[in-house]
Design a protein around this ligand. Structure first.
Ligand SMILES: CC1=C(CCC(=O)O)c2cc3nc(cc4[nH]c(cc5[nH]c(cc1n2)c(C)c5CCC(=O)O)c(CCC(=O)O)c4C)C(CCC(=O)O)=C3C
Ligand SMILES: [Fe+2]
Length: 398
């Protein structure tokens, strides 16, 4: 039990304490908030979970039924919560190893433990300032602003908006802690695909690398990131993935000269709304005609092996590969890789007055990303909601 810190003051100038690169001055935090998506933990949770996820988003019922079957086939259980429990434990161990006294709280947007309850518990424990780390690393409405909105709305709903300050670490897509596990993963998966090819007497077979991420509506892709910067393909979300894919390819000598592409998965929504393409299965279907014999799938958009990885990649995309006679292997997600866990603690230390880390590593020219999102960053195209951690935020001190 800590003694309560002073209540935060509401600032008039939203940029106060934030420099031109969107960097926020280090502060004294009471705890880390690990914020994630959440997932069902039994058959009876599946539909209520899906309703939570899609509330107000117009996802057709047929799509919900289809997604429900992915969960049902796995006992109604998403692996994501267990993975977050493991990540929380790994973060606690790494903090302890470094002698950093910061508790780790865990809350989800769409399932228990809900962010709302965690915020109330945090306040009741005496915490007054939290630093949020999300399990979502790129810039887009779904992966950046929606987290910031859910924090803003839950602080308002609990009446804690003037009492509990929540800041957020920068989007960390190009932090070495996130990228390096994929470098190792690509190396290992390439070796496995080469073994498969050798066993099939195709030792010289051609291999292509597919970097897979979540599809989003093209309108959201165009609205991703800050308004005052131009990005490749007109989208921070796409540009961040392309830059990361190049950074990974450059670090794997065994992949020199191989063709690669960025592909998308898990599309939902109305078929009339354009989403990012190509779909991974369509991309795989084109490969035999290009003389490709083997595929490495790098799940670049994801932090852990949750449902969208084990179903859409390991089940569906792998099936597409085997139907076409392609050798294939899926590289791991960062999960609780020690470099990933250490990287998250480094990101926290960028922001804490104690144990401050001043170099802010980024493996692409796009980063290091902003601690405080620029105005209009990753806009909600359906209307504005209260957010935290943005220069245009209406909740908390920025
Ligand atoms: C960019 C992005 C990430 C990556 C960043 C991040 O990790 O946050 C992500 C992650 C995840 N998406 C997840 C699950 C779902 N996403 C859905 C729907 C949607 N995702 C979208 C985008 C993203 N999603 C979008 C634009 C929609 C449609 C509109 C909407 O509803 O906003 C739906 C509804 C049904 C469907 O249409 O598929 C479900 C069930 C799970 C949990 C998996 C598990 O349980 O293990 C995770 C980690
Ligand atoms: Fe953003």
């Amino acid at each position: 039990m800590t003694s309560p810190s002073p209540e935060p003051q509401t600032s008039v100038n939203p940029f106060e304490g934030v420099d031109e690169e969107g960097r926020m001055a280090p502060a004294a935090y009471d705890a880390i908030l690990l914020a994630s998506f959440g997932g069902p933990e039994g058959q009876e949770d599946v539909i209520p979970f899906l309703r939570n996820v899609t509330r107000g988003r117009g996802i057709p019922d047929e799509r919900l039924e289809e997604v429900a079957t992915h969960y049902r086939a796995n006992g109604g259980i998403s692996p994501i919560n267990e993975q977050n429990r493991a990540l929380k434990a790994a973060l606690e161990a790494e903090l302890e190893r470094r002698g950093i006294n910061l508790p780790v709280l865990w809350g989800n947007r769409n399932w228990a433990p809900y962010i709302k309850d965690v915020l109330q518990d945090a306040y009741d424990t005496g915490y007054r300032r939290l630093l949020m780390v999300t399990t979502s690393v790129y810039s887009s409405y779904s992966s950046c602003r929606q987290y910031r909105e859910d924090l803003g709305m839950n602080l308002l709903a609990t009446g804690l908006d003037k009492k509990l300050q929540v800041d957020k670490v920068r989007q960390y897509f190009d932090h070495p802690g996130f990228v390096e596990p994929f470098v190792e993963g690509l190396q290992d998966s390439l070796a496995k695909v080469r073994e498969q090819l050798a066993a099939a007497d195709k030792a010289d077979g051609k291999i292509e690398v597919l970097f897979a991420t979540h599809s989003i509506p093209t309108a959201d892709a165009e609205a991703s990131g800050p308004r005052d910067r131009e990005f490749e393909e007109g989208s921070a979300y796409v540009a961040q993935h392309l830059a990361n894919a190049r950074a990974i390819m450059d670090r794997v000598p065994e992949a020199a000269g191989l063709e690669w592409q960025l592909v998308y998965q898990s599309r939902s929504g109305s078929p009339h709304t354009p989403w990012l393409e190509p779909d991974i299965n369509d991309a795989i279907a084109e490969l035999p005609a290009k003389g490709v014999d083997g595929v490495v799938i790098v799940p670049l958009g994801f932090v852990s092996d949750h449902m969208e990885v084990i179903w859409d990649l390991d089940t569906e995309a792998m099936e597409t590969c085997s139907e076409l006679g392609l050798a294939a292997h899926r590289a791991p997600t960062p999960g609780i890789h020690e470099k990933f866990v250490a990287g998250l603690v480094d990101l926290v230390c960028e922001r804490t007055v104690e144990n401050t880390i001043t170099d802010r590593p980024a493996l692409t020219k796009l980063g290091p990303w902003y601690d405080v999102c620029r105005p209009g960053c990753c806009a909600n195209l359906r209307g504005e909601k209260p957010t935290i951690a943005g220069a245009d935020s209406t909740v908390g001190v920025q």
